[in-house]
Design a protein around this ligand. Structure first.
Ligand code: FAD
Ligand code: PHB
Length: 315
């Protein structure tokens, strides 16, 4: 196989880059380790900053986001003493707003757009290796789900394969510097088809720890509580989760919480990580492959879009 840009990973970074390049007439192939269903099953980001929203629009995949995304001008912070303060994002950032629209939905929109084009995505690949990134003719080898060995010759490789991918590790250890901080806590997240407790996000502290009340739509909520890293998600029944969340909420809003069965529960470790360089010859690291920030700031996907913005324009 031959293409201009071989993209490793079909998360938000890979799909966004692939679509923008495709629209610009730059041929690319995406290879992905798991099935599309698996990619869509990961519940992650919910909050898009202006820059990401603009990128999705530029890629021509914003129709559903523009229709269904919830535009927020601010968020609330519960201080732990019963007080809740509002942060007016729009006022303090010179008019900026954020859009609440799940990573799952963006990913689905981009997958649909790619399926409707003639751009190629190969799912369920294994043994991915990037070769000769420091030459003018790099190539990628992998095994298909039918066990066939394949090779993509390309001009550039975009490593969009997240924190656990192979792209970063292609850069030899003695030419790579990594900085990492583990916080020893995770966020236990739960998604449910229940109306959100509030119109805006609430980040809060309490005697029992942190909580975040977020949402995906007017009828779907996303809640988080922080837990120690030795907690197992199997030990958290829905009832236990709701009780824990309730015990952390300020009394004034506790009664507004609507509970119901979960659609998904998972624990995400909190980590800060950055690697340098992000370019190694003709290999570029994009998004979580190069840097991770804890979800507290809702920055990860937004930083990934920013990486894509620069790389796409350069290409
Ligand atoms: P990924 O999403 O990790 O995608 C990488 C892809 O590469 C995956 O599909 C993987 O299967 C594939 N892959 C891996 N290895 C290989 C291989 N060897 N070969 C081929 N494919 C491979 N960010 C925000 O901006 N706002 C938020 O509100 C927010 N909330 C979050 C909440 C939680 C609980 C978590 C965990 C994260 C949150 N983030 C948020 C961060 C955001 O989800 C990530 O930054 C984002 O997913 C990064 O996208 P990516 O495409 O770079 O990497
Ligand atoms: C989410 O809705 O999943 C979300 C929102 C804000 C964050 C992190 C996650 O800071």
């Amino acid at each position: 196989m031959k293409t201009q840009v071989a993209i490793i990973g079909s998360g938000p970074s890979g799909l966004l880059l692939g679509q923008l390049l495709h629209n610009a007439g730059i041929d690319n192939i995406i290879i992905e380790r798991v099935t599309p269903e698996h990619v869509l099953g990961r519940i992650r980001a919910g909050l898009l900053e202006e820059g990401s929203v603009e990128m999705v629009r530029e890629a021509g995949v914003s129709e559903r986001m523009d229709k269904e995304g919830l535009v927020h001008d601010g968020f609330e912070v519960a201080l732990g003493n019963g007080e809740i303060r509002r942060v007016d994002l729009k006022k303090h950032s010179g008019g900026k707003q954020v859009v609440v629209y799940g990573q799952t939905e963006i990913t689905k929109d981009f997958m649909d757009a790619r399926d409707a084009s003639d751009a190629q995505t190969i799912y369920e690949v294994d043994n991915v290796e990037i070769h000769d990134p420091k030459t003018d003719s790099p190539y990628v080898t992998f095994t298909t789900k039918d066990g066939k060995e394949e090779r993509i010759d390309c001009d550039y490789v975009a490593g969009c394969d997240g924190f656990h991918g192979v792209s970063r590790k292609t850069i030899p250890e003695n030419e790579r510097t990594e900085h990492e901080k583990l916080y020893n806590v995770g966020w236990l997240g739960m998604l449910s088809d229940t109306p959100p407790i509030s119109d805006e996000l609430i980040y809060g502290t309490s005697d029992r720890g942190f909580f975040l009340c977020s949402m995906r739509s007017e009828t779907r909520s996303r809640y988080y509580v922080d837990v120690s890293m030795d907690e197992k998600v199997e030990d958290w029944s829905d009832d236990r989760f709701w009780e824990e969340l309730k015990s952390r909420l300020p009394e004034s809003i506790r009664g507004n919480l609507v509970t119901g069965p979960s659609l998904e529960k998972s624990i995400a470790p909190l980590r800060s990580f950055i690697t340098e360089p992000m370019q190694y010859g003709r290999l570029f690291l994009v998004g979580d492959a190069a840097h991770i920030v804890p979800p507290t700031g809702a920055k990860g996907l937004n930083l990934a879009s920013s990486d894509v913005n620069y790389l796409y324009r350069i290409m």
